[in-house]
Design a protein around this ligand. Sequence first.
Ligand SMILES: [Zn+2]
Ligand SMILES: [Zn+2]
Length: 449
Amino acid sequence: MIRLLTGILSCLAIFSACSSPDNLVTDGHSDYKIVVSEEALPSEKYAAEELQHYIEKISNSKLAIIEKADEQEKLIYVGFKGVPANVLKDLKPDEFENEEYIIRGDKDHLLIAGGGSRGTLYGVMGFLSDHLGCRWYTKAVTKIPSLSSIPLPQREDRQKPALEYRNMNWREMLDTSWVLHNRVNGMRVGNALGGSYITYPFVHTFYQLVSPEKYFRSYPEYFSEVNGKRLGEKAQLCLTNPDVVKIATATVYDWIREQPEANVFSIDQNDYGNYCTCVNCRAIDEKEGSPSGSIITFVNRIADAIHQDYPEVKLQTLAYDYSVDPPKNVRPRENVMIRLCHYQYCSSHPIAVCEVNRPFYNQLKEWEKIAGGRLTIWDYLTDFRNYLMPFPNFGSFSQDVKFYADNGVKGLFNEGDAMGGGEFGELRSWVLAQLMWNPSQNAQQLIDV
Ligand SMILES: [Zn+2]
Ligand SMILES: [Zn+2]
C-alpha cells in the first residue's frame, strides 16, 4: 500500500515537472511580444503600452509591441481585433459588455481582451493587479512587485464589474492615473483612455433647466410656490406648469447635442427644500403620497419627448431629501433612472441589519420595485461636520456595497471629502474602488494586505 502510494506520488511529481507552466518572462528574459491590431481602439493601444511598461518595471524585460504577428511567435494579444479564430475558440467578442474582459493563457499565448471602450484596458489592469500583485493605493503610493519570472496564467479569468457606474469624490482620488488603474469609471477621462460614465451636467440641475435669472421676473409662475408666494431662489420649479416642461425639454435637447456621449442626463431637484405647493403640484403629490409624484410626472413628460428622437438616451432624477419616498401610482419611464440618496441613517451598522436604517432599506426596495434595473445610489461616507474626525464606518460601508449590488443597484456615487485631507480619504477611496468592482471581497483583508 505504501509502495503504491509512493509510486503515485512520484508519477504526480514527474507529471508536474513535465507540464510546468510556461512563463511570459523567465529570469528576466522573454520570448513574448505584445500584439495589438492597427485597427484597435486608442484605449486598447494604450492598454498594450501599460502592459509593456509594467512588465518591464516588474521583471526588467521589455516586450516589443507589434501590430501584426506570425502565429508561430509567442504572443500576448491585447484586444479582440485581429485575434485569430484558433485563439478565440469559443469566445464571441460581441457578447462582451463594456468593461467585461477575459484573461486566458493557452500554450504559447495570452489573450487579454474585453468589450466596449474600457474592457481591454480594464483587463490589463486586472492582469497587473489580480495576477501580478500591482497596487495603486494613492497618487503617490504604489506597490509594483519585482519578479524575475512571470508565469503564463493557467486559468481563465473572465470578469465584469458588479456596478456599471462607480464613482466618488474624495480629492485624493481626483487623478487620471489613479482612476484608470483602480477602474473607477465615473471620473472624466478622455476617449483615448477609454472614456468614462458621464452623468451630465451632474446633479441639482433644476435651475439649469429653467433659469430664474432669465425667467423669474416675467414668469414667477415657473417656480416654486411656497406659502402662497413664488420663490426665484433657493427653491425648485413648478413642475406642472406646461411651459416649464417645454423649456426644460428644450434644455435637455441642448444638453444631448453638447454631450452626445453622456450615459445619463440629470433632471434633478435643487439642493434646497421649498418644493412647489401650487394647487396642481400639490394635487399630484397628495395623490401619490410623496413629492416624488410631481417629480416623476415631470421627468416622464420630458422622457416621452426625448424618447421620440433619442430612444437610447437615459434621463436620471434624484430621490433625495423630501422626495426619498417613491410615488404610489406613477412609474418612471423605461428611459428614466433613479438616483436614491442614502440620506439619513446609522453609519455604525450595515443597512441590512440596523433598525435605524430600516426606512432607507424600505425605500430602496420600493424604488427597485418600480425602477427595476435603473436604480443608482448616492451615499455619504465621511463626517461632513468635521472631516478630520474619526468616522469608523469601514465595517458598515464595506457590507453596504455588496448589499447594493445584491439588490439590483446599478451604480454608486460615494460622497466624501472633496476638499481633501479628510480622515482616511485615501484608504476609503482605494477600498471602495475595489469593492465597487467586486463587492464579494473582504474589506478588512484589502486593508490588511
Ligand atoms: Zn407647481
Ligand atoms: Zn445602527
